[in-house]
Design a protein around this ligand. Structure first.
Ligand SMILES: CCCCCCCC/C=C\CCCCCCCC(=O)NCCS(=O)(=O)O
Length: 575
């Protein structure tokens, strides 16, 4: 009987332990559930609040536009068709007034927003700025309405970047470039959409949803300056400001068929720019313009590179716009490449480079085959930009629902760094860097790199030195190469981070680079295309990328301008 009693007591105490563990687990589970439900409710309220704010700003703008339209108005189609240079000329001469230009663009923006969901807010202060504009002091952008990417600081407004914790951080002041723009007479009038966190080349977030591509509503406009590219290509803005740490100006410009410039980082002030990895110095972010033609970008740079910027931000080197370099037409030695080893280029990207190469040769330039240095730039870019393995990224997005395009990445960022290193070591043999064209393989590669992101950065500086040495050896002035395109279908960009390598290279190297649309996807390109991400792109714009050494932004623009002119001339000849 003693034995039976002992067994009974043991069973009972085991039962007690099990019950206690179950109770603690339930309690813990319950607490997590309550926290999640609460945070989801908070998030829902926040989303509703932001969407209401946007709606209110759109409605108020619409009312004012309606009121303005009661007076006999100028032909806004005429205004909207002018290039930025033509528009500024007419504003300077007085043949157009800032008021008629402003209302023409505001009206068009409201219309484009309905179709493309590219705006996060109308800047209502712009109506007051318009009233106060001083016609006696005409800056280079006098009376020009300018659109701004949402991560650019505007006094009192928050730059959410699709992240919950940023919503509660209104800016203390305007960003330096916004101040300079205003001093040059420009009127910032609308803020545009971005992907959650900005570290993505799609354009969707939980607050404002998915922005659409005006060239095909089934496609992403690219990102992260996707709202800008969509609005400009849709006709709602003549010039806009974006930012680029891996292609965020160039990719959306390419996807939407407009021009975009990533100047050398540091040439324009980045003070007052929201980012996830603030202060990260390995891969540098640049602020740069997007517009319908290269002259618009040049005019923008000319206006911004002024004493006001240098005194507002003394970290910027006081280098005014070099007019003679932009205007020069001396023949160039141009390095070119069509592919990079680690990333597949689509058939239209390759064809675009080949066609532009032929045009440049006919125009008297010397084209030299050039291969970018043999390091995995993707690896360097990711290691540089998120060298903590994504820890800060996860921290910053706490409390935000992760955008579907970023979810797979976040599974990896959440793994402890020591475990990431082990997994990277184990899966390395499975990852074939030369295996192109199959999306499945690209996904593997992408995720492998994310595991590797905690490794060292020793190759970064060597790659800059080696690249410059190679340019000097070949004696080339600029490089012609592909830029990712055509526009992707939704939900691919965040999963295909490696496909951004064509642009990321020049952030890692900190060279200046810009894109110019040169062609459209043909039926043959579509037939030869292997990756699903860009399928269904016939007729979409295709661009090339023009690159110059650091601080040679004017040379880069001059090269872009020449490419643009040659393509235009050829189109006229073909008609
Ligand atoms: C080279 C930098 C990219 C670092 C991102 C690391 C995490 C994700 C892995 C790969 C994503 C590559 C896609 C990059 C898309 C372009 C993103 C971009 O340029 N964003 C602008 C951020 S800025 O701070 O406003 O300049």
């Amino acid at each position: 009987p003693m034995e039976t009693l002992r067994q009974l007591v043991q069973t009972e105490s085991r039962l007690h332990t099990v019950t206690e563990v179950a109770l603690v687990a339930c309690l813990f589970g319950g607490l997590v559930l309550v926290r999640t439900v609460r945070s989801r409710r908070r998030e829902k309220r926040l989303i509703a609040k932001l969407q209401n704010q946007r709606e209110r700003s759109l409605q108020q703008a619409e009312q004012r536009v309606m009121k303005y339209k009661q007076h006999p108005v100028t032909n806004s189609a005429f205004i909207l068709n002018l290039s930025l240079s033509e528009l500024t000329n007419q504003l300077q001469e007085g043949s157009l007034s800032p008021e008629e230009v402003f209302y023409a663009y505001m009206d068009k923006t409201l219309d484009v927003q309905q179709k493309l969901n590219c705006c996060t807010e109308i800047i209502l202060d712009s109506f007051e700025q318009l009233k106060a504009i001083d016609s006696g002091k005409k800056g280079l952008l006098y009376g020009v309405p300018v659109s701004l990417k949402e991560n650019i600081f505007l006094k009192v407004h928050a730059s959410s970047c699709g992240v919950v914790r940023f919503v509660h951080q209104p800016a203390d002041d305007d960003c330096v470039l916004v101040k300079v723009l205003k001093k040059q007479g420009a009127i910032p009038f609308v803020r545009t959409n971005v992907p959650q966190s900005l570290l993505n080349y799609d354009c969707s977030n939980q607050f404002y949803g998915q922005t659409l591509n005006p060239c095909n509503l089934q496609k992403t406009p690219g990102g992260s300056s996707g709202g800008e590219a969509s609005l400009i290509a849709g006709g709602g803005s003549v010039i806009g400001l974006g930012s680029d740490i891996g292609g965020s100006v160039r990719i959306p410009a390419s996807f939407c068929g407009i021009c975009g410039l990533k100047p050398t980082s540091g040439r324009l002030s980045s003070r007052g720019l929201k980012s996830i990895y603030r202060g990260q110095k390995a891969v540098l972010s640049s602020i740069g313009p997007l517009g319908k033609d290269v002259d618009s970008l040049a005019l923008f740079m000319r206006a911004i590179l002024c004493d006001d910027m240098y005194s507002l931000d003394p970290t910027v080197p006081p280098l005014p716009f070099k007019e003679e370099v932009y205007r020069s037409r001396k023949p160039l030695r141009i390095g070119y490449f069509e592919q990079i080893e680690e990333t597949p280029a689509s058939p239209s990207m390759i064809r675009a480079v080949q066609e532009v190469k032929a045009l440049l040769e006919q125009a008297g330039h010397t084209l030299v085959p050039y291969s970018p240095v043999k390091v995995e730039m993707n690896e360097l870019a990711i290691k540089g930009a998120i060298s903590d393995g994504g820890g800060t990224y996860v921290q910053q997005l706490k409390g935000s629902r992760i955008d579907p395009t970023l979810r797979a990445q976040f599974l990896i960022y959440r793994i402890p760094n020591w475990l990431k290193k082990i997994i990277a070591f184990i899966i390395k043999p499975l990852v074939n860097f030369n295996c192109i064209s199959l999306i499945g393989k690209k996904k593997q590669q992408t995720f492998y790199l994310l595991f590797r992101s905690v490794a060292g950065l020793w190759k970064l500086h060597a790659s800059i030195e080696d690249t410059i040495a190679e340019w000097q050896r070949l004696n080339i002035d600029v490089v012609l190469c592909p830029i990712i395109g055509p526009a992707f279908n939704f939900n691919y960009c965040g999963k295909l981070t490696c496909m951004a390598s064509f642009s990321m290279i020049y952030n890692v190297l900190n060279f200046c680079a810009g894109v110019v649309p040169v062609s459209i996807v043909t039926a043959q390109d579509e037939k030869n295309l292997c990756h699903l991400a860009a399928k269904g792109g016939e007729g979409l714009p295709v661009a090339v990328q023009c690159v110059a050494l650091p601080w040679q932004d004017e040379l880069c623009l001059r090269f872009m301008k020449e490419v643009e002119e040659l393509v235009k001339k050829q189109r006229i000849n073909e008609r």
